[in-house]
Design a protein around this ligand. Structure first.
Ligand code: PEP
Ligand code: MG
Length: 524
């Protein structure tokens, strides 16, 4: 049986299915309340040490979340009520569940986003300890397993050992989720939006995350053709790696710049700067985790990336919170967040937060070849107001004698109004096309909704025509145009993008080699 879905991270996995939604094993109650107490203490200890192990290898974004979980687990105020109820005769699992559920209900009832968001953390913590309490040896997936279910939590992804293969198959999920980004950067095959339920499945399966499907109980013929596709994919990847060290060029020798997209400053640790032309997009909203980062934290993050890149350009985007990227304490709750207070709209509404980021960027500028761009620009007034804030903050830094530089200021082209009428933006330093959003706004199909994912193609003539006309406008007005949406790293989309006139792409680091190989195959 084959179930179709949407590819979220390319690759192939063959292995046993592991049901992410399996009910937890039954807790074996103890004879005395002292033993129950010991049992809960041990389970909390196990959950803490498990998290501590993951922190060691996590990037700083993920580590921040996990350290927060550890701190909560070690807080007596959280576990106190559970121990009290054990003392009065409850079993460890019931006491813990009831204590945490009561706490979660309190947070859920809050009218503040920040506290409601913490309910998710508490649920995660509750389940980690319950899992440790009922450990039956079968709760961890066997190596090389295909994890399947409704959705997968980031902690579950991070605690899984992917070094011996395996993959992810989800009924819900989205290609733009945080877990999908992690999967792509670690090369873990992942399919989302499967059209049939996967509950209660077991046995062998074949996950084709290049085309987006999973085959259950495969026949020998299906296994044969799967292995052929899988080894052809591996061969293409191997061949692609030989392109990594060389500058990208088409078959006829036309040079194409290929930069990388990053989110966390630690992303650059695994990239050799010689293999790319710089950073085409640093998404700063991931620095805005649970706590809004102060100026110093941001300055250090930007400076690290600039110093890594040397004289190659680094394009840092001001915070694009909102839409599918909520930030507690910053974004607002809206009925239709993709069309709401997102990106530059939110920054201009919260100047207290925006000015901090602007100062950090101005101070980081002398440490490399910085360019700054604004997300979700729809009208020229937004660009002009943002540019004026840069000028104001620059004057203030100069007056205080603080070292700084003024970077070129450009915009994302991801709202159709800009792509259709770019003439209002003749004064910007550069355009960077955000195909992820441009597609969803042109096709009226939310980028995080698996049910309409088939509509979101950069190769739709409407999207390509807009890209082509932005490139032409840039050429006629000497404004550089690049593209930093995920389509830039998609070998299937690359020929159309070059055909539309683009010569400057920015791609996920894991896509760098494949993108260069795909470019070398294009004759334009
Ligand atoms: C885009 O929209 O294509 C883009 C690069 O930005 P993000 O995916 O962060 O919205
Ligand atoms: Mg975007």
């Amino acid at each position: 049986m084959r179930i179709e879905g949407v590819p979220a991270s390319a690759g192939y996995a063959e292995g046993p299915l592991f049901d992410l939604d399996r009910p937890p094993a039954i807790y074996a109650s103890k004879a005395t309340s002292t033993e129950e107490k010991t049992s809960l203490e041990a389970a909390i200890g196990k959950a803490v040490s498990r998290l501590a192990t993951i922190v060691e290898t996590a990037d700083s974004d993920a580590a921040g979340i996990l350290e927060f979980h550890i701190a909560m687990l070690e807080d007596d105020a959280l576990s106190g009520p559970a121990f009290a109820s054990i003392a009065s005769g409850r079993t460890a699992d019931a006491a813990w569940r009831e204590a945490l559920d009561a706490e979660i209900a309190g947070y859920e009832a809050s009218d503040q986003d920040y506290f409601r968001a913490r309910a998710t953390d508490l649920r995660d913590i509750r389940d980690q300890v319950l899992r440790a309490l009922t450990e039956d040896g079968g709760a961890t997936a066997p190596t090389g397993a295909i994890l399947c279910g409704e959705d997968i939590a980031p902690t579950r992804f991070l605690e899984t050992d992917w070094s011996h293969g395996g993959g992810i198959a989800l009924k819900a999920g989205s290609t733009a989720s945080h877990v999908a980004m992690l999967a792509r950067s670690r090369g873990v095959p992942m399919v989302v939006g499967l059209r049939e339920p996967l509950a209660g499945l077991a046995g062998m399966a074949l996950l084709d995350a290049e085309h987006g499907n999973i085959v259950l109980a495969p026949s020998p013929a299906e296994i044969g053709s799967f292995r052929q596709s899988s080894s052809s994919f591996a061969a293409r990847q191997g061949k692609a790696r030989t392109f990594l060290a060389r500058p990208a060029a088409t078959r006829a020798g036309t040079a194409v710049r290929v930069q990388v997209n990053i989110a966390d400053p630690s992303d650059v640790d695994g990239i050799d700067i010689a293999t790319c032309d710089g950073v085409g997009l640093m998404r700063t909203e991931f620095l805005f985790g649970r706590i809004l980062p102060d100026e110093e934290t941001q300055y250090r993050a930007y400076r690290k990336v600039l110093e890594w890149a040397g004289d190659k350009p680094v394009t840092i985007r001001t915070v694009d919170a909102g839409g599918d990227k909520p930030v507690p304490g910053f974004t607002v709750e809206e009925g239709n967040p993709f069309l709401g207070l997102r990106g530059i709209r939110l920054s201009l509404a919260r100047l207290d937060i925006f000015r901090v980021q602007i100062r950090a960027l101005l101070r980081a500028a002398p440490h490399g070849n910085l360019r700054v761009m604004f997300p979700m620009i729809a009208i020229a007034d937004e660009y002009e107001r943002a540019a004026a804030l840069f000028a104001e903050e620059q004057a203030a830094l100069a007056a205080r004698g603080v070292a700084h530089g003024m970077p070129p200021l450009g915009i994302m082209v991801e709202v159709p109004s800009v792509a259709i009428a770019p003439e209002a933006f003749a004064g910007v330093a550069f355009f960077s096309i955000g195909s992820n959003d441009l597609m969803q706004y042109v096709m009226a199909a939310a980028r995080d909704n698996a049910a309409v994912a088939h509509l979101n193609s950069v190769r739709h003539p409407a999207v390509l025509r807009l890209i082509g006309s932005v490139v032409a406008f840039g050429r006629d007005n000497s404004i550089p145009v690049s593209l930093c949406g995920d389509a830039g790293g998609d070998p299937v989309a690359i020929p159309s993008l070059l055909e539309a006139g683009l010569r400057d792409l920015s791609v996920a680091p894991a896509q760098l080699a494949m993108a260069k190989a795909a470019i070398a195959d294009v004759s334009v």
